[in-house]
Design a binder for this molecule. Structure first.
Ligand SMILES: Cc1cc2nc3c(=O)[nH]c(=O)nc-3n(C[C@H](O)[C@H](O)[C@H](O)COP(=O)(O)OP(=O)(O)OC[C@H]3O[C@@H](n4cnc5c(N)ncnc54)[C@H](O)[C@@H]3O)c2cc1C
Length: 297
């Protein structure tokens, strides 16, 4: 189906995009990669009267290392992250970018659009929840930064004001001895995962000093599995501690049955993904180069 007719506006800067949004009010929407918005418009689930295109704004697509953090411009495409040696310094970020949908979607879709969309099945929010991530936002009153944990407030809902824009995503480099892995189970490449698990650990020998575990596609937002984290933190990692973390992750999941599987199936799946991701995260924390690929049905 064709989308309903709309007016097209090309922003020359983020500031101009904010001005346009505040003038257009509720009828205006930003267009980034269009990989979520355009399909919704074609299905006529979204019918904005005005689109403000960010694609011609110079200098908002980048990956930079700066003062112990990685900074991602709002319009940085998933594929740019996938092929970036700088982004690969935090391997879980590479896992995420490389596993999103297919080449076409990764070439167009952006990290800023994904975080702003807050799709419960989106990969970025799950992965970035296990890292120290803040979202920089630009609005009429200037800039503010919001921790990711406070930015996504519900399914498809964020702390952004109506005329605010995600301008940058800032991720602190994990401390020494850290390793992480992101695993999703998918029915095929170009679809969203059935369930996913992101695990970021800090190890001292065999002991897990710190743990962050997030579950994707099994709740209205990415779920921080705090009991699963506690099962590992301060513990010598063994089959028993990993099973305890997986069990706690299953209990934390709140999946809905849908075409991807029953609630019980997704719950079992997410526990298994957490366990595998822990094993991979430990190997990476020990300095091993480990290729991680999603699991396909
Ligand atoms: C076939 C298919 C499969 C997909 N599979 C996956 C998958 O497996 N995993 C996954 O994570 N994603 C998947 N996606 C979604 C994809 O990752 C999108 O790129 C992403 O969700 C949205 O980014 P975008 O740049 O395309 O945003 P757009 O579609 O352009 O915008 C999405 C929303 O965010 C708003 N927006 C965009 N940029 C900003 C900004 N800077 N500030 C504030 N608001 C903004 C827009 O107004 C709109 O409401 C898939 C998409 C398709 C079409």
């Amino acid at each position: 189906m064709y989308p309903r007719a709309f007016h097209y506006h090309r922003a020359g800067s983020l500031k101009e995009a904010v001005t346009m949004l505040s003038q257009l009010g509720e009828e205006g929407k930003l267009l980034a990669g269009g990989q979520s918005l355009i399909p919704l418009m074609k299905l006529r689930f979204a019918n904005p009267k005005h689109l403000v295109d960010l694609n011609f704004v110079p200098g908002i697509s980048y990956i930079k290392e700066d003062k112990g953090s990685l900074r991602f411009g709002a319009l940085t495409r998933h594929a740019e992250v996938e092929y970036s040696a700088t982004a690969a310094k935090i391997p879980i970020i590479h896992d995420c970018a490389a596993g999103i949908a297919d080449v076409q979607v990764r070439n167009r879709g952006t990290i800023g659009g994904s975080i702003a969309e807050a799709d419960p099945s989106g990969d970025w929010a799950t992965v970035l929840s296990t890292l120290d991530t803040t979202i920089r936002c630009l609005g009429r009153k200037g800039e503010r930064t919001i921790p990711l944990s406070k930015f996504i407030t519900d399914a498809y809902t964020t702390a952004l004001g109506p005329e605010e824009i995600v301008s940058e995503i800032i991720v602190k480099n994990p401390p020494k001895g850290s390793g992480g892995a992101y695993l999703a189970f998918k029915r095929s490449a170009p679809v969203y995962p059935t369930a996913s698990a992101a695990v970021q650990l800090r190890m001292e020998g065999d002991v897990c000093e710190d743990a962050a575990i997030a579950l994707g596609c099994v709740g209205l937002t990415a779920i921080k599995a705090s009991q699963a984290e506690s099962a590992l933190r301060g513990q010598k990692i063994s089959e028993t501690t990993m099973n305890a973390a997986a069990e706690a992750a299953r209990a934390a999941a709140d999946p809905q049955p849908d075409m991807r599987g029953s609630a019980e199936y997704k719950r079992m799946l997410v526990g298994a993904l957490v366990k595998r991701a822990i094993e991979l995260a430990i190997r990476r924390a020990r300095g091993e180069q480990v290729e991680v690929s999603h699991l396909y049905a």
